[in-house]
Design a protein around this ligand. Structure first.
Ligand code: NAG
Ligand code: NAG
Ligand code: NAG
Ligand code: NAG
Ligand code: NAG
Ligand code: NAG
Ligand code: NAG
Ligand code: NAG
Ligand code: NAG
Ligand code: NAG
Ligand code: NAG
Ligand code: NAG
Length: 761
């Protein structure tokens, strides 16, 4: 194995880096990270960089194409958003948001959606996908970008982040995960609230996120380990500060944690305008790719001339800029040329099927009184709410940054800002519901507004009394229906945080409909937690179907579940509490944002304080039922070294990833329909590890026909039973009893057991 030259280590050791000649590139060996399968990419990168002049290296790291003296060319990398599909392009797919795909709790879905997105980027000639969006992790439910990410459980977020990276890389593009790190809200993210930059190096804003070392590791760095382990080639640093230093020039974040502890071999690039004007600070503290406005050849040459920027660091930066390109095999010459955004190059393949399938799989059935769902043949149905139908002016209205929401007057199926997909078309719920009505002979009415008040006059509709003249209103339509479907949404996005977790107009609409219709079914698509307590106990609210934003096939996905073509299996990736005041973390309005809650986000906090939620993390119902049996713990008393013994590799110490115990459980479909269950494994640690009451450490989606049973095995990796020890500065395994809980949510355990870990040096 070869060691990657890490400028990080030279900086940590305080060594004045010598200027190596090109022939010594790759031979520096300070705290070397074993490169593993990055080795050949490193060899190619360093050979190429070795033939570049200083001017060419400076051009390359500021985004220009270069051709070496030996006639090897490197075309400037093209970067684009995002997880939900290629933004601002034609003939591309609009995929569901990360928070939707996360709700499938299906590891195949995490991988397959990323692969489909990656293929579209590859075929359009884009090299770097600004994704996955692991974070904002969702420290606060008011955070505007909550919906763009995999949610506040680091374990689930990490699995999804890692599988997404793998999916992108497997298609031949470079994955550029974001945002690094501790950027958790939009409010005060820049010094200039009306725009997104530029970033001053001094001054009170952007806000500074301040967290302790244990929280940093156990919550926020955790998913980036998964990303790096799975082939991450680029990291986008955030526009905010950490410990009062801008994230893009924060040596603790970029050199100590990312490039050394996690062994990240690729390039760090700034979010839009996240780069500061302090050139020496940025180049020496970890940013590898920068804007030539600040990194001009003349400024950079002056820094080189007086030793502020070493030749070794410039080589390191340049290698990091090209290593991902070689790692993803982009040097094989097979990628199509970059296409203009309007070019008729249709890259969608059959992705609409995948989008529809995973959209349906992501919807969580929260409530289903008397089996109100699935719908059978409906005689009279009414549909309520702006979210059921189309906007007036098409699906591609610009949901730009800085203020969209809190609700959307049309069917909401994508995010805003960097989370905005390009719709080729959008299937609203009204379309497939109309098709069902044509098949079933259903009488269908609708009011596509959240605060409709009846205008004068009457309209001709069949009423229950036999009369045909009824004034359109929520009351009259609801009172003349066997089924009432009420559609709600909640929107926020980049640039502006949420102002509410419920909505007065929508909640009034639900109550008005339910007062008059004894079978009121509520469908919600929301960017983040949406409270239900204004109406959830209404006796006429019989069912609630809840999800995130589902992309171009949204209406089909929803209607597939409503009519039982798909048996729901989505699960909440966060708790839904009863009140806003149940949360411990709001927005920061001060320049210092102290993460005093530590690791206690979402269920970790609600569990610690015995707060009864409306629906717990992991909750979701099915049209069938399941039984759990046969909990088997492979090792009752495993003996494990207290600290890692592996080599420092790409992804941290190699044995963090080793399986140390296995737990299995048998699931039986005891109902009358086929369906999928998501058994979840939660662990309690020995008290010396200082961990929350219980934490998710395994889950698996299992498809079962009626009467079928399957045994599911959860492999616990060393990292899954480790905690961050701030004294040792290491992931340690605590000796003692680990309690095991397996069930259908974080508050619905079917089986439990334990194992006893003994540690040794
Ligand atoms: C430079 O180019 C030559 C000729 O193409 C090649 O053999 C060599 O590996 C390249 N790299 C270095 C570091 O010399
Ligand atoms: C920020 O400072 C605190 C206190 O000194 C320290 O524990 C923590 O590790 C620092 N955070 C980062 C990201 O370095
Ligand atoms: C090196 O040059 C830069 C750019 O001219 C200047 O800002 C910096 O102060 C110089 N540093 C030293 C140590 O001379
Ligand atoms: C109804 O909702 C729309 C969209 O939010 C809003 O513009 C309008 O002011 C509301 N009307 C009333 C009467 O509340
Ligand atoms: C439930 O709906 C029926 C109409 O089907 C209505 O008579 C009743 O008052 C409603 N219940 C409540 C609590 O509003
Ligand atoms: C609603 O009311 C109708 C007529 O009163 C009754 O037949 C039906 O069973 C009720 N539906 C539900 C879901 O309670
Ligand atoms: C943060 O933003 C809020 C709302 O825009 C503003 O009132 C406050 O002054 C800002 N804080 C600082 C430190 O500028
Ligand atoms: C954040 O923590 C620092 C250091 O403990 C303290 O001085 C500051 O007042 C805190 N700020 C807020 C807004 O709590
Ligand atoms: C929560 O409930 C448990 C068990 O009833 C109890 O031991 C614990 O003290 C409670 N914690 C809080 C914060 O009330
Ligand atoms: C119980 O689980 C074990 C695996 O841990 C499996 O081999 C066995 O078949 C299961 N037994 C039943 C009855 O499902
Ligand atoms: C660590 O690296 C050394 C040198 O490459 C190798 O011999 C050894 O097997 C590695 N150890 C582990 C646990 O992978
Ligand atoms: C699964 O449950 C069903 C219904 O309770 C039962 O009939 C069947 O025997 C069970 N299947 C197995 C393989 O145990």
């Amino acid at each position: 194995m070869r060691d990657l030259t890490l400028f990080a280590a030279t900086a940590l050791l305080g060594l004045a880096a010598a200027s190596p000649s090109s022939s010594t590139l790759g031979l520096l060996n300070y705290n070397g990270v074993a490169l593993g399968d990055w080795e050949s990419a490193y060899d190619k990168a360093s050979a190429f960089v070795g033939n570049l002049t200083t001017e060419q290296k400076l051009a390359l790291i500021t985004g220009s194409s270069v051709t070496s003296a030996t006639n090897e060319s490197f075309s400037a990398l093209v970067f684009a958003d995002g997880d939900m599909g290629l933004q601002d392009f034609n003939y591309v797919s609009a995929f569901s948001l990360a928070s939707a795909i996360a709700m499938t709790w299906d590891q195949d879905a995490y991988y397959e959606q990323a692969k489909a997105v990656g293929i579209e980027f590859y075929k359009k000639g884009i090299q770097v996908l600004n994704a996955p969006t692991s974070q904002p992790i969702g420290r606060t439910p008011w955070g505007g970008r909550f919906g763009e990410t995999f949610g506040p459980d680091p374990y689930l977020n990490g699995l999804a982040t890692g599988l997404a990276v793998k999916g992108y890389v497997d298609t031949g593009v470079i994955s550029g995960a974001k945002h690094f790190l501790l950027y958790e809200q939009e409010t005060n993210r820049t010094n200039d609230p009306s725009s997104i930059g530029p970033n001053p190096a001094s001054g009170p804003l952007p806000y500074s996120s301040n967290t302790d070392d244990k929280t940093l590791h156990e919550t926020y760095l955790w998913p980036f380990y998964d990303a790096v382990k799975n082939g991450l080639g680029a990291v986008m640093c955030a526009m905010t500060k950490v410990n009062n230093t801008l994230a893009c020039q924060n040596s603790d974040l970029l050199l100590k944690h990312l490039k050394t502890e996690l062994g990240f071999p690729g390039l760090v690039y700034p979010d839009t305008k996240a780069q500061s004007t302090e050139t020496a600070e940025t180049v020496n503290n970890g940013e590898d790719y920068g804007d030539s406005t600040y990194w001009s050849t003349s400024v950079m040459k002056a820094l080189l001339a007086n030793g502020t920027l070493s030749e070794a660091r410039l080589n390191d930066m340049t290698i990091r800029n090209v290593i991902g390109y070689y790692y993803s095999n982009l040097d094989n010459g097979l990628q199509p040329a970059e296409q203009g955004d309007g070019a008729f190059v249709d890259v969608r393949g059959n992705h609409s099927k995948l989008i529809r399938k995973y959209g349906a799989q992501s919807m969580a059935l929260l409530k289903n009184k008397n089996n109100a769902l699935p719908l059978k043949t409906v005689r009279r149905m009414s549909i309520f709410g702006a979210h059921a139908g189309a906007t007036v002016a098409g699906p591609n209205q610009d949901l730009s940054i800085d203020g969209s929401g809190p609700t959307y007057q049309g069917h909401l199926a994508t995010g805003s800002g960097s989370g905005l997909a390009s719709f080729p078309y959008l299937v609203t719920p009204l379309v497939p519901l109309t098709v069902k009505a044509t098949e079933d002979g259903t009488i269908l009415n609708w009011i596509l507004k959240d605060n409709y008040t009846s205008t004068a006059g009457s309209s001709l509709i069949p009423s229950v009394s036999g009369s045909t003249a009824v004034s359109p209103s929520y009351e009259t339509y609801a009172g003349n229906s066997d089924v009432c479907l009420v559609f709600l949404n909640a929107l926020s996005g980049e640039g502006e945080d949420r102002t509410e977790l419920y909505n007065a107009d929508q909640d009034k609409m639900v109550n008005t409909v339910a007062d008059n219709c004894n079978n009121t079914i509520v469908v919600i698509n929301t960017v983040g937690p949406r409270l239900l307590d204004q109406w959830i106990e209404h006796e006429n609210v019989t069912a609630v179907l809840y999800g995130s934003l589902l992309g171009q096939e949204s209406g089909n996905s929803i209607v597939d579940v409503l009519y039982g073509d798909v048996n729901p299996s989505g699960r909440l990736i966060y708790s839904i509490p009863k009140n806003e005041s149940d949360y411990n973390v709001g927005l920061c309005y001060t320049s210092q944002c102290n993460f005093t809650e530590g690791v206690y986000l979402d269920y970790r906090y609600f569990d610690a304080h015995n707060i009864t939620t409306r629906y717990p993390f992991g909750h979701g119902l099915s049209y069938t039922s399941f039984s759990y049996s046969n909990l088997t713990i492979l090792k009752e008393t495993p003996r494990i070294p207290a600290s890692p013994t592996g080599n420092l590799t790409v992804g941290g110490y190699s044995d963090l990833w080793d399986t140390v115990n296995s737990i299995s459980v048998t699931i039986n479909n005891t109902g009358s329909l086929s369906g999928a269950e998501i058994p979840q494994l939660y662990l309690s640690f020995p008290s010396s590890a200082d961990q929350p009451l219980r934490q998710l450490r395994g889950f698996e989606r299992v498809d079962l026909a009626t009467g079928e049973q399957k045994t599911v095995t959860f492999n616990l990796r060393r990292r899954d039973i480790s905690y961050w020890n701030v004294v040792e500065q290491q992931w340690l395994v605590a000796a003692g009893e680990y309690k095991v809980y397996v069930g259908a949510s974080s508050r619905d355990f079917k089986l439990h057991g334990s194992f006893m870990v003994r540690t040794h040096v």
